[in-house]
Structure formats: C-alpha cells, structure tokens
Design a binder for this molecule. Structure first.
Ligand SMILES: Cc1cc2nc3c(=O)[nH]c(=O)nc-3n(C[C@H](O)[C@H](O)[C@H](O)COP(=O)(O)OP(=O)(O)OC[C@H]3O[C@@H](n4cnc5c(N)ncnc54)[C@H](O)[C@@H]3O)c2cc1C
Length: 455
C-alpha cells in the first residue's frame, strides 16, 4: 500500500517510477507478502481522500465492484469505555471494501500511468550504497554517501535517483544503514501482545450496521471485536485480544468467544451468519517506530516509509491512511532535492497516531511502561471526550474528524469540546455486563430498529 501510494505521488515529478514487488501478480485476493489482508482493514476518511487524488478512477471502479460508502455516525456502531457513541450524521464517509480489492484497484489505476512500471515476482536483495568523499567541518572524517539504486535477488542492478523503502514492518533498512556506517537506528517499542483472528461471513441478507467496533476496557477486559461490511454484502469480522488473550481458530469457539466481549452485537451477528473459507490469525507483539529522522546522517536518495518506518496497533485502522499521508508529501519532492529533510517530514506524520495508540496501550498494566504525567493527563482527557461522545454529536464529530485525520488533534481542545470536558455533566460508564438472553433480544431489536430507521 505504501509502495503504491509513494509511486503515484512520485510519478508527478519523476520521469520514471518502478515498483518492485516480491509477490506474483495478484488479483483482488489476499497474498503472501501481505498476510494482514486476511483481516479487517478500515480505510479512514483522510486516507480515502488522498488516495482518490493519487489514483484517478480507482474509487469509481470500486463502486462498480460492489464496494459502498456510509456515513460513519449513522452506519457504524462504536462501543468504547463502557458506552456506545451517539448515533447521527457526521458528514464523514467511510468506504466498505476489503483490503485486497482496494489494493487491486489502486494498482490498476497506477498501472495505467504512462511513466510507472509495476514489476511482480521481483524480490529486492538490497539497496546499493555508494560512499562519498570524506567530509570536513564538524563532521570531519565522516563519509557522506548516497543510495544509487537496488540489487534484485536475481543479481540484476537497477539504478535510480531515489529509492523508497516500502518493504513493510520486516524492512532491513536499519541493518543496511548500520552496515553502511550510519550508526544504529533507535527503535521504540510499545508492547501490546495482540492477536487478530478474522473471517469473512455471509450475512444471509440480515440487516446489520456497516461497521461494529467493540473495544476492550483496560485493565480487566482484553477482548475486542470489529465487523466491517465489504463488497458483495459480506462482513469481515475480527476478534482481537491484547497481551496474550486470543480468540480460538475453530468457528464454534470463535463465535462463543464473541459472547465475552463487552457487548453482544458481534455475537448476535456471528450466530446468524456463516463463515466463508477459514479463520486466520495474525499476531503483533508490539508497536514499532524506527527513528530514521533522528539520525545524524542519512544517505542521499533514500527514504523509509509506511510500516517500514512505523507500525501501529491495527485496531485503530491508521496504517494505510498514514502511508497515504506520507506519500502526499512526496508529491512535493523533485529529482535531486535533499531527502533527509523529507524523511523528517514523513516521520512527523507518525507523531499523532503513535501518540494516540501508545497512550491507549499504556493503560494496560502488562505494557510495563512508565507513563509520563503529560501522557496520563492526555489519556484522562481523551477518555472524557470519548465519554461525552456517547451523547454529544458535536463532540463525537470532532473526535471522529481527529481520529480519521481530517482535522488536527488540536481541534480536541477547541472551546466546544474543552468546556464540556472540564465542566460538563459526568455520567458514570455502566459496569461491564455479560450478555444475557434479555440483552440478546435488545440487540436484535436495535439491529432491526436500525433497518427501520433506514440508517
Ligand atoms: C492485522 C492487521 C490489521 C490491520 N488493519 C488495518 C486497518 O484496519 N486499517 C489500516 O489503515 N491499516 C491496517 N493495518 C496496517 C496496514 O496493513 C499497513 O499499515 C499498510 O499495509 C501499509 O503497509 P506497507 O505498505 O508499508 O507494508 P506492507 O503492507 O507490509 O507491504 C509491504 C510490501 O513489500 C513487499 N516486499 C517485502 N519484502 C520485499 C522484497 N524484498 N522485495 C520486494 N517486495 C517486498 C511485500 O510483498 C508487500 O507487498 C493492519 C495491519 C495488520 C497487521
């Protein structure tokens, strides 16, 4: 996804762009190089806006393929910190599409550009680095080098003015930089011990919201679930757990596990749907950020982006959108311009999502992180904003705009939000309940009410 977005952005100013992909030419199906494509992938509003610019025609093609668009406030149900968010129109659209289909249509749009070549079955061995002359001044005696291209696994060499590492979380850039003499790249890890188990479900025409998100509640309930509608009227459902808690891989156990979430909606949905294919598992022990921007020196002509730079707790749905936001910056880059500055700008895109996800991760005692006073205060403030958005649509709109990167985080501190956070009525979140038969019935009533209201 990062590679596609970066290529689309660079194609504006660079004469020729080549995308090198290890996998064989894939159709709109999950593939080996992106094992997470078996799992729910939410595309946040800002990511979609940027992709629509970068990939002409891709979203029209997606509509023709059966993808759909919904207002987040009307058609998504989001339970967090013990309450559901208020329902109402937010004016923030979200696309209902699977990750493989999205990726496939973006790829088609990119391939139609005259100056872009996509090569599949084409694993990269390593970038080619050339050492420069010994530099003087403060860094006297230090060599400045540049990346001049890449060597493919079959031994072929490709020369380039600019090489972008979009190899994903498994990228070796930090090892390569160390081997080229640039020193160690500092890494930040935040333990989450997360496991996703997901499957695609046929809803048999049942009426359900387009998205259901039930988040765990620290410190006791480690379990959450996400259901997202995808093309063809099907629902991709993920059950996830933090710090070692994981849903079973057999269907009966999976459905039963859904009953232990804070709310029973996903269990109700799963009980009336059938699994297509099999359940898949993905583990992510920690969030990871690599501080390339903080290096004293970087080779010219080289950038690290996307998951290779920073990967977040996936349940926030930020990865594809931050990749698109980073790529958007690249459209300002011209051949021969300095890349170290661009690397710093790219890294800055990860600041807010990293802070959001890390602040949430620190609330688990298992994370063993020392929480700064600033982070603790921010966490309390955000909790309060989330609590208010259970009944205040305007606060909910602001929260959603910030979480979907349509507005800067500073919007959360505008008077319309700050005032009720500081002085508003405080309602205690209901204690976490186990689903009962009566609650199951009320869920069914709520789901059918949603159908009747046409939302
Ligand atoms: C379980 C899970 C759920 C997620 N859910 C969401 C979500 O809801 N919303 C969201 O926005 N994000 C989500 N993400 C994150 C999202 O998948 C990534 O952030 C996004 O794909 C961008 O990653 P990337 O393109 O940088 O890396 P990747 O998607 O990992 O792609 C790396 C690419 O590099 C190729 N490659 C690797 N090595 C080589 C090589 N040597 N030579 C050539 N090619 C190579 C791979 O085949 C692959 O195509 C989720 C992630 C996970 C793990």
């Amino acid at each position: 996804m990062t590679g596609l977005c970066a290529a689309a952005a660079l194609a504006k100013n660079f004469e020729k762009v080549t995308v090198l992909e290890r996998d064989a030419l894939p159709g709109p199906v999950p593939r080996r190089g992106v094992p997470q494509s078996h799992h729910t992938h939410a595309l946040l509003h800002r990511g979609q806006q940027i992709m629509a610019q970068l990939f002409p025609g891709a979203f029209d093609a997606l509509l023709a393929d059966g993808a759909s668009v919904s207002d987040f406030g009307q058609k998504f149900r989001w339970h967090h910190h013990g309450t559901w968010r208020v329902r109402g129109r937010l004016g923030i659209d979200n696309w209902m599409v699977s990750r493989p289909l999205l990726e496939s249509r973006l790829r088609d749009s990119l391939a139609a550009r005259g100056n872009v070549e996509l090569r599949f079955d084409c694993p990269v061995e390593a970038p080619i680095h050339e050492r420069g002359e010994l530099g003087g001044g403060v860094w006297g005696g230090v060599r400045r080098g540049r990346v001049q291209g890449v060597r493919l696994r079959d031994g072929t060499v490709l020369e380039a003015d600019l090489v972008v590492d979009a190899l994903g979380r498994g990228s070796s850039s930090s090892k390569w930089l160390a081997a080229w003499g640039y020193g160690e790249v500092e890494e930040q890890r935040v333990e989450i011990g997360m496991t996703y188990v997901s499957g695609l479900f046929d809803l048999h025409g049942g009426h359900y919201p387009d998205g259901v998100m039930i988040y765990p509640q620290a410190p006791n309930n480690h379990r959450g679930g996400i259901g997202l509608r995808v093309e063809g009227g099907r629902m991709m459902v993920t059950l996830f757990g933090y710090h070692g808690d994981r849903a079973p891989l057999d269907l009966a156990g999976f459905v039963q596990w859904a009953k232990t979430l804070a709310e029973p909606q996903l269990h109700a949905l799963l009980s009336r749907s059938s699994l297509i294919g099999e359940l898949r598992q993905h583990t992510m022990p920690y969030q990871l950020r690599r501080n390339y921007a903080g290096m004293q020196r970087l080779p010219a002509g080289y950038l690290v982006m996307g998951d290779a730079l920073c990967s977040f707790d996936p349940s926030f749905g930020q990865g594809m959108t931050t990749a698109a936001m980073q790529a958007e910056l690249l459209s300002q880059l011209r051949p021969g311009q300095r890349t170290a500055r661009m690397q710093r700008r790219i890294a800055r895109v990860t600041d807010v999502p990293w802070q959001m996800t890390s602040t949430e991760a620190f609330c688990w005692p298992e994370s063993h992180q020392e929480v700064s006073l600033g982070a603790a205060l921010m966490h309390r403030y955000l909790n309060r904003v989330v609590a208010l958005s259970a009944h205040d649509l305007e606060v909910y709109r602001t929260l959603t705009e910030v979480m979907q990167f349509v507005s800067p985080a500073s919007r959360l501190f505008r008077p319309r939000v700050l005032w009720p956070v500081l002085f508003g009525r405080r309602e205690r979140a209901p204690a976490q309940q186990r689903p009962t038969a009566t609650r199951e019935l009320s869920v069914a009533a709520e789901l059918s009410g949603l159908r009747r209201s046409g939302s």
